[in-house]
Design a binder for this molecule. Structure first.
Ligand SMILES: [Zn+2]
Length: 62
């Protein structure tokens, strides 16, 4: 998972495979817990990919 500010969403989309975006709640943005992966300002979005989820599903299948 990486987190980015509004300006760097497009850049982050190109950095990860099968991206999935989730907005960070306003309280968390203001708290400064999440810093943009590119510019280290407060982040507005989380980006995931499904790699870990897919592994979990595989384990359940076994
Ligand atoms: Zn940024």
């Amino acid at each position: 998972m990486i987190v980015v500010c509004k300006q760097h969403v497009n850049k982050a989309l190109k950095m990860i495979f099968l991206p999935h975006i989730q907005p960070i709640s306003k309280e968390n943005v203001l708290s400064g817990h999440f810093k943009c992966h590119v510019c280290t300002q407060n982040a507005d979005f989380k980006l995931y990919n499904f790699e870990s989820k897919r592994k979990h599903v595989t384990q359940e299948a076994i």
